[in-house]
Design a protein around this ligand. Structure first.
Ligand SMILES: Cc1cc2nc3c(=O)[nH]c(=O)nc-3n(C[C@H](O)[C@H](O)[C@H](O)COP(=O)(O)OP(=O)(O)OC[C@H]3O[C@@H](n4cnc5c(N)ncnc54)[C@H](O)[C@@H]3O)c2cc1C
Ligand SMILES: NC(=O)c1ccc[n+]([C@@H]2O[C@H](COP(=O)([O-])OP(=O)(O)OC[C@H]3O[C@@H](n4cnc5c(N)ncnc54)[C@H](O)[C@@H]3O)[C@@H](O)[C@H]2O)c1
Length: 477
């Protein structure tokens, strides 16, 4: 090994979480190195959020347009799939990260390309693609931000079947004729929406009883209804037992419990994520390789005052915006400790704790209809022993929704803490619902009293009038 190069902060993994730690550390005047083995920008930029939303946007825009009288006739035909895929390629920066590298250069961060591993306390060893070795030493902090990869269950025949994971589903260069999807959560629902809209015949095989199992039940029900209307097949409570694919380009067959078989041209396994921690030197500091990295609310790894973990890898919330939030919190903690500040602000909602991970976590699922939720669902609130009431309202009864789309279908729920009269959570499902979410996130994070929300008047005729209807329903009950 060569002599160590010293930095204030070394960040392992250049996805959105890692990049944001670098940004915060540099803003605090700390010298910073970033180690990245693939593309700076991470899963989100090239094989997840960004390309998936580029595929979904035309599908959702067409669905919306088809519900507008006078416009529907003009958008009856198929999408121009080649144009959609080209636009997706543009948004994935053609799988090149020069833009990110230029930005890191501009803020004075040093990038090491290669596989990084912890190399004992405060050290990271990097092996470049050319086989060069570097040892980086951190004066203040090492931050692990290595993210996740797709989990593919070990089913008989699965390796020979060469299934798609989220990477192939977001970067494919043509629409498969028939796409089988195993899984019922967010990746399954979004990719079913995208590829059915782009011309594939999609079949979704759900192990549980509904789509989107972590959201309020009506979310998965409304999304499944719409997918079926778009021509997809949604099968619930089915178990895949084996997969068969003979030859290199032939169809793939899925064998269900009970012996039924289904044939497709591609098979997407949308069956969850595992942490990329099996080969990052965790054993050199007494941590278990291959596990999620547990952290406290300041994103510090207990027992290692120099080690932090942000983003997917700490398993607090597998979402880009939340990983970036954790990065801002961890960056503030590192900067405060480097400056010798004696006390950290770790009370709930303080500058040095990621309280929103637990209390106000927002997520939008970009299906048709969109499903947007923040905070606790009714089941989660009741499970936590809170005294709550759920208030539901049919979004179609809001004038703004009716004007937005003919035959609008959607539903909203707010979960009210009856002891404090504040919102613990809210869910909106319907076309255009994504942009309703941030108001709810503010209400939940700021714990705005219901009495004060009454004075937050939604403009007429927007879909946001759902807020007024929910509050009226709460007061009238
Ligand atoms: C299909 C799909 C769609 C999604 N859509 C959304 C969405 O719309 N909104 C949303 O909020 N979230 C979405 N997500 C989740 C989102 O992609 C993740 O939460 C986010 O990418 C996590 O960021 P991260 O920085 O923690 O990790 P990653 O983005 O996974 O980045 C980790 C980086 O670390 C690098 N790395 C790993 N190991 C090493 C090593 N040993 N040495 C050097 N570098 C290493 C990797 O190459 C990678 O670049 C989606 C996920 C999927 C799969
Ligand atoms: N718009 C967004 O915010 C967005 C979009 C996509 C993904 N993501 C995030 O990425 C993460 C990964 O999403 P995901 O949908 O891949 O994973 P997930 O962990 O949310 O869901 C995996 C699903 O696969 C099912 N499953 C697991 N093994 C199975 C098997 N052998 N057979 C059948 N079903 C099986 C599980 O029951 C579960 O419902 C999530 O945390 C999600 O929040 C976010």
């Amino acid at each position: 090994m060569t002599e160590a190069v010293e930095y204030d902060v070394v960040v392992l993994g250049g996805g959105p979480a890692g990049e944001n730690v670098v940004d915060r550390a540099r803003a605090a005047g700390l010298s910073t190195a970033l180690v990245e083995s693939e593309l700076v920008g991470g899963e989100c930029s090239y094989w997840a959020c960004v390309p998936s939303k580029a595929l979904l946007r035309p599908v959702l825009a067409r669905a919306d347009a088809r519900r507008v009288p006078g416009l529907a006739g003009a958008v009856g035909g198929p999408l121009d799939t080649a144009a959609v895929l080209a636009h997706r390629d543009y948004w994935a920066s053609d799988w090149k990260d020069q833009g990110q590298i230029d930005w890191l250069d501009s803020i004075g961060a040093h990038v090491y390309r290669g596989h990084g591993r912890l190399y004992g306390v405060r050290k990271v060893a990097v092996t470049s693609p050319e086989g060069e070795h570097h040892v980086l030493s951190a004066r203040h902090a090492v931050v692990i931000a290595t993210g996740t990869r797709a989990v593919v269950p070990d089913l008989p025949g699965i390796a020979d079947a060469r299934p798609w994971t989220s990477r192939e589903a977001t970067s494919a260069q043509e629409a498969p004729g028939r796409l089988l999807i195993v899984g019922g959560s967010v990746v399954a629902a979004e990719m079913a929406t995208a590829w059915q809209g782009l011309g594939s015949q999609v079949t979704v095989l759900v192990r549980g009883s509904r789509l989107l199992p972590r959201m309020e039940p009506f979310a998965g029900e409304l999304v499944a209804d719409a997918l079926r209307e778009a021509g997809a097949v949604i099968r619930t409570e089915v178990a895949v037992e084996a997969v068969v694919r003979d030859g290199s380009t032939g169809p793939v067959t899925v064998v269900l419990e009970g012996g039924e078989t289904l044939e497709g041209d591609e098979l997407l396994m949308a069956t969850g994520r595992s942490p990329r921690t099996e080969d990052i030197g965790l054993d050199t500091v007494g941590l278990a390789p291959g596990e999620w990295i547990g952290v406290d609310d300041s994103c510090r790894v207990p027992g290692h005052d120099w080690l932090y973990a942000v983003g997917d890898v700490n398993h607090r919330a597998l979402l880009t915006h939340q990983g970036k939030y954790q990065a801002r919190i961890a960056g503030a903690v590192i900067a405060a400790r480097a400056a010798g500040e004696a006390e950290l602000d770790t009370a709930p909602w303080g500058a040095h704790v990621a309280t929103a991970d637990e209390r106000a976590l927002p997520q939008v699922v970009f299906t048709d209809p969109e499903a947007a939720a923040v905070g606790l669902s009714l089941a989660e609130a009741e499970g936590a022993g809170r005294r709550v009431r759920a208030v539901d309202y049919d979004l179609a009864k809001v004038s703004g929704a009716g004007l937005y789309a003919d035959g609008y279908r959607g539903r909203a729920r707010m979960v009210v803490d009856l002891d404090r009269e504040v919102l613990l959570g809210a869910t909106f499902v319907g076309p255009g619902a994504a942009e309703l979410l941030h108001a709810a996130t503010i209400a939940v994070a700021a714990e705005v009293p219901i009495d004060r929300l009454w004075h937050a008047v939604p403009a007429f005729p927007t879909i946001s009038e759902i807020w007024l209807r929910l509050l009226e329903a709460y007061r009238q009950a």
